[in-house]
Design a protein around this ligand. Structure first.
Ligand code: KMH
Ligand code: ZN
Length: 289
């Protein structure tokens, strides 16, 4: 009796989830070597780190670059060199940031898109960002969306506040975004949506059928919200852009350590890990560019 109950419930109640896409956000625009000696800065260091993350199970790298002084940059040549070095090492999906640093102009942010990475981010609204403002007026958002469309780059809609989801739907109506949409929910930026499970559930429940989503929890929220996403059927972003620590007071020595932990947890939860090729299928990317 007990045995048949167990087998019945295992067949009927546990949904089959897609393989898990892990994005490694290697560096971002804000963290510094003073905060962690382990952050990659040069194109060579970023590419080597991308390869380590690929080997650990990441299928996307989210890329920001730095200039020779380690300052955030949207220089197309540095993006080009970084992408070439990554592609020479592995087939991980390269996703450029169009968010850049809060000080970057809209023109600077969009310039590297001409290199036609497979993916790039598109933040669909303005929010506070610590003491700064991450400016994404309708005009800026539309100009970036148009550039992504022109160059055939798949957008990842970055959501720092719940209204940004509705703004993405408006872009679909205007013909500037094409379904199925892929979202990344960033929770825990000071000044934007707090990193609570309830908030993540609300964001997920606001999506239309067919959309895919990932979650990036900031700081110590990276691990618990990532675990929640594994169970809910979303995807996960980890990495130094959002969190420098492996555990309280202990710096992670590589982005790959954070990727490897998510791989272990996902497998324990019966969620297999997507290869880059499988991630391309899940995200409806034009394969193998
Ligand atoms: N650095 C933040 C201001 C993105 O990559 O598209 C914006 C950001 C988002 O990192
Ligand atoms: Zn970023």
């Amino acid at each position: 009796m007990f045995l048949s109950f167990v087998s019945l419930s295992s067949q009927s109640e546990v949904p089959t989830l897609s393989k898990l896409i892990i994005t490694a956000a290697l560096i971002g625009a804000e963290v510094t070597r003073e905060q962690s000696p382990y952050i990659p800065l040069t194109p060579e260091e970023i590419a080597a780190e991308a390869y380590r993350c690929h080997a650990a199970g990441a299928s996307i790298v989210h890329i920001h670059v730095r200039d020779t002084e380690g300052k955030p940059s949207q220089d197309t040549d540095i993006f080009r060199e970084t992408m070439q070095l990554i592609r020479a090492r592995c087939d991980i999906i390269v996703q450029f940031s169009t968010g850049g640093a809060v000080t970057a102009t809209a023109e600077e942010r969009v310039a590297p898109i001409a290199l036609q990475p497979e993916m790039a981010t598109l933040t669909t609204g303005t929010c506070n960002f610590g003491d700064d403002v991450f400016m994404n007026s309708p005009k800026i958002v539309e100009s970036i969306a148009r550039a992504l469309q022109e160059h055939g780059v798949k957008p990842e809609v970055e959501v720092f506040e719940v209204g940004m989801i509705q703004n993405a739907f408006a872009l679909v109506k205007k013909g500037l975004l094409k379904e199925p949409l892929h979202f990344n929910f960033v929770l825990g930026v000071p000044g934007a949506i707090p990193a609570t499970p309830k908030n993540l559930l609300h964001l997920v429940e606001s999506l239309p059928p067919g959309a895919t989503w990932s979650v990036a929890g900031i700081g110590r929220a990276q691990l618990p919200l990532g675990v929640m996403s594994i169970v809910l059927g979303g995807h996960v972003r980890v990495g130094f852009e959002d969190n420098l620590y492996y555990s309280k007071g202990v710096l992670a020595k590589s982005n790959a350590e954070l990727v490897a932990r998510m791989v272990r947890i996902a497998r324990e939860c019966h969620r297999e890990i997507a290869t880059p090729r499988e991630a391309r299928e899940i995200l409806s990317l034009a394969a193998g560019r």
